[in-house]
Design a protein around this ligand. Structure first.
Ligand code: FAD
Length: 272
């Protein structure tokens, strides 16, 4: 879509959108005060992620923490503009402090030999791949699939078609050619990345199909309203079976903040 803001006085635009003005100038050599800019929806943030313990961000693997966009739960159904960087700063500090306190008391680090052997085997098997496919085009195919089938507006039909496309990509991913070369092991990294992408893409679509309602940034054209019964977190286990966990209550301090916030006055404001 072409967005024309040239009717807004130039001084107002420069005052309100200095970063956007600069970005378009730097990256596209476009002066948005006089020329329409092309805008399109894009992936911005993942609301799902690894389940963590709220205060420390400890996962269910002892000593392993997840923080930032890979962890889930902090923002509910929609991460508001700016909150992600705040999240990184606030929880990065908290997790760092907790992890430091944890290691102070650890005298012996036990390594699971079976897990290490399994990982080595996986690396060797992946390196031995001499198939017909390359990881990078398949990574692109996963991205395209998610953009087309699990983007801004979702439907049962589209999500099911997306899953079928992921099945096809996963089958092709079983026939990879992986060759480290003089430039390094990038091929191997892409092969592992592709596996992780396929898993998280599948988890995202499975959860989006299960959530037959519209909530926050999850917009189902076939279920346009929110469903009270779905005021839950959807938890996926290793084989992507879905279970529901009720959403916790806000602490009194947070509840009071929400209560006092009142209705946001949006006139004259730029909203993300
Ligand atoms: C276009 C766009 C605009 C945004 N604008 C805003 C904004 O204005 N305000 C705001 O608050 N948020 C914004 N966000 C969201 C915000 O930028 C991200 O949520 C935030 O940067 C996430 O930080 P993170 O440290 O959790 O993850 P990341 O910044 O993604 O860091 C993860 C790191 O892990 C590395 N990594 C990945 N896999 C591996 C591996 N296997 N081994 C080793 N390293 C690995 C990656 O290379 C990366 O460096 C925006 C996001 C996008 C895409």
């Amino acid at each position: 879509v072409l967005l024309d803001v040239s009717h807004v006085p130039r001084e107002t635009l420069l005052e309100r959108l200095p970063r956007m003005y600069r970005q378009f100038l730097d990256l596209a050599m476009l002066d948005i005060t006089s020329t329409p800019m092309e805008v399109a929806p894009t992936a911005h943030y993942s609301m799902g992620g690894v389940v963590v313990e709220p205060d420390t961000h400890l996962t269910d693997v002892e000593g392993l923490y997840a923080v930032g966009e890979c962890a889930s739960g902090l923002h509910g159904a929609n991460r508001l503009g700016g909150n992600s960087l705040v999240e990184g700063v606030v929880f990065g500090r908290r997790v760092g402090a907790h992890a430091a306190a944890y290691v102070r008391d650890v005298e012996v680090a036990l390594r699971d030999r079976a897990a290490i052997a399994a990982a080595e085997e996986e690396v060797d098997a992946t390196l031995a791949g001499r198939g017909e496919e390359f990881a990078r085009p398949l990574q692109r195919a996963v991205r395209d699939t998610m953009t087309e089938h699990c983007g801004v507006v979702r439907t049962e039909e589209g999500l099911a078609a997306g899953l079928a496309r992921l099945d096809g990509i996963a089958a092709r991913a079983g026939d990879l050619e992986v060759r480290p070369d003089i430039a390094g092991y990038a091929d191997l990294v892409h092969a592992f990345d592709l596996r992780a992408m396929l898993l998280s893409a599948r988890a995202t679509i499975v959860a989006a199909r299960e959530r037959r309602e519209t909530r926050g940034a999850h917009n189902r054209a076939d279920f346009p309203l929110s469903d009270r019964d779905l005021r839950v977190n959807l938890i996926l286990d290793g084989d992507l079976t879905v279970s529901r966990r009720p959403v916790g209550q806000a602490s009194p301090a947070v509840a009071e903040l929400v209560e006092c916030a009142g209705e946001l006055q949006v006139a004259g404001r730029l909203l993300e």
